[in-house]
Design a protein around this ligand. Structure first.
Ligand code: 13P
Length: 255
């Protein structure tokens, strides 16, 4: 089963719509017409509409950083799947550790978002990962397994090719500390095993599992060359085209 690399930039709370114009213009020029690697940018909500126009004629996909599980109604400050589809959003990051940590999101609630996303033809990028405390206590695999099982409960097997996971060890996010290639591979292989238990071997083999946490052009190639690492969810290095496109090039070189 060959899985196309996906390199997704999570801009977090950075870049206005006008700043997005510069960054996306450079990304388009550099990697916007190639299809060897799937490239996705995930701006803040306020820059989605502009970015959508900017990538319209390119091979770059648009992603959102969050959404609500409900389809409409009295949910002040929230955004629905339909609103994202209206802007031609393809991917949605769900359950990022910053949402878990600062906004109290838990896997069982994130599960409702994952299901709503796939029902609305959005591809969820479901994020999981352990804290430093959990790693040091030897709980990494148990924590990640539970996040996978809870977050993906009732996921329809016939839509499995639309599912993307992102393993992001919390201690590696924005810290400059990266999981070693072996650490990443160990957890990714274990996640794939859980997916096989939940959905069957062939479904599991079709799911892309991204690594996230201080991925940069200089460590991307060795992480991406691990057999179960199918791409990257990039934070800091997605804010400049040089670093982001450098990671895309690393994935292209391995494809
Ligand atoms: P950094 O690449 O800045 O470590 O962030 C990773 C991340 O959280 C992507 O979602």
């Amino acid at each position: 089963m060959s899985r196309k690399y996906l390199i997704a930039g999570n801009w977090k709370m950075n870049k206005t719509a006008s700043e997005a114009e510069d960054l996306v213009g450079e990304i388009n020029t550099s990697v916007g017409s190639q299809t060897t690697v799937q490239v996705c940018v995930c701006p803040a909500f306020t820059a989605l509409a502009k970015t959508s126009e900017l990538v319209e004629q390119t091979e770059v996909f648009l992603g959102s950083q969050n959404m609500n599980a409900e389809s409409s109604g009295a949910y002040t400050g929230e955004i629905s799947a339909e609103m994202l589809r209206d802007l031609y959003v393809s991917f949605v990051i769900l359950g990022h550790s910053e949402r878990r940590q600062y906004y109290g999101e838990i896997s069982t609630a994130i599960n409702l978002k994952v299901l709503a996303a796939v029902q609305n033809n959005l591809k969820p990028i479901y994020c999981i990962g352990e804290t430093l405390e959990e790693r040091e206590a030897g709980q990494t695999l148990a924590v990640v397994r539970q996040q996978v099982r809870e977050g993906l409960a009732n996921f329809p097997t016939n839509a499995i090719e639309h599912l993307v996971l992102a393993y992001e060890p919390v201690w590696a996010i924005g810290t400059g500390k990266t999981a070693t290639d072996e650490m990443a591979q160990e957890v990714h292989a274990d996640i794939r095993q859980v997916l096989a238990e939940m959905f069957g071997e062939s479904a599991s083999a079709s799911v892309r599992i991204l690594y996230g946490g201080s991925m940069k052009p200089d460590n991307a190639q060795s992480l991406l060359s691990q057999p179960d690492v199918d791409g990257g969810l990039i934070g800091g290095a997605s804010l400049t085209s040089r670093a982001f496109c450098g990671i895309v090039e690393a994935a292209r070189a391995l494809s």
